[in-house]
Design a protein around this ligand. Sequence first.
Ligand SMILES: Nc1ncnc2c1ncn2[C@@H]1O[C@H](COP(=O)(O)OP(=O)(O)OP(=O)(O)O)[C@@H](O)[C@H]1O
Ligand SMILES: [Mg+2]
Length: 272
Amino acid sequence: MPAPAQDALPAPDLRANGLKLAYDDRVVVEDLDLVVPSGQISVIIGANACGKSTLLRALARLLPPRSGAVHLDGRSIHSMPTRQVAQRLGILPQSPVAPEGLTVTDLVGQGRSPHQTWWRQWSSGDENAVTEALRATGMLEHADRPIDELSGGQRQRAWIAMAVAQGTPILLLDEPTTFLDLAHQIDVLDLVVDLNRHEGRTIVMVLHDLNQACRYADHIIVMKSGAIVTQGSPADVIDAELVEDVFGMRCQVTPDPVSGTPLVIPIGRHHR
Ligand SMILES: Nc1ncnc2c1ncn2[C@@H]1O[C@H](COP(=O)(O)OP(=O)(O)OP(=O)(O)O)[C@@H](O)[C@H]1O
Ligand SMILES: [Mg+2]
């Protein structure tokens, strides 16, 4: 039997009950319930503006609910100190902005701040976590460069490195593959699987590529107009009817020749 991972983390419990989320008078999500499967990779899919980022931000305590609650390890997340939340849960937002002039190493190092206290400042453990996150995201060679001088894809990988370095048992990733070429998309998704399988991290990520979602998700959460319309394993959830209902797009669904998971092939107006 394989030995358990050295740094296996205690299983987290993240759930939402009766969530209502709004911006001013625009209600985006109403009465949403979700139990995030612990120790699994969950992928949220849905059309633009259906509320995916809004939900993720609420799960990360960045957006207070109008009603309902998010519970982390049995406690209302909004009653928890920021630092305690940041030790359990990390988020890569959809459009993160770094202060001007910050280097990649500085940014990734900020992921370690929840682990520091006035009596225990920067340690060799922090140093190792940063170096390992830079290595895993292929950013070691850019470590000393300012963030604002990087390409879009390099910048995205620097942010992923920061979230990885934070070392939290829950990782929420909003479109982690944006700006990345296909090879780097697969690198990042494979890294997410490593973090899940080797370190036991619970992952929730938003993806637009349905085929990648089907390949990488243990659990797919399908959103439409601020509600979860269905969830489950990709094979159970994804078919042509669902894709047409949720995205208004006709397609064929066939087994992915590499992974066997559902492969969504759009039809479009110019092909039969
Ligand atoms: N800061 C904000 N202030 C006002 N309205 C907002 C704000 N952020 C999002 N919205 C609105 O809330 C709705 C849901 O947005 P959200 O960003 O959650 O969608 P999404 O599913 O993540 O879309 P995308 O796939 O384009 O990222 C949209 O109608 C959007 O215009
Ligand atoms: Mg979004």
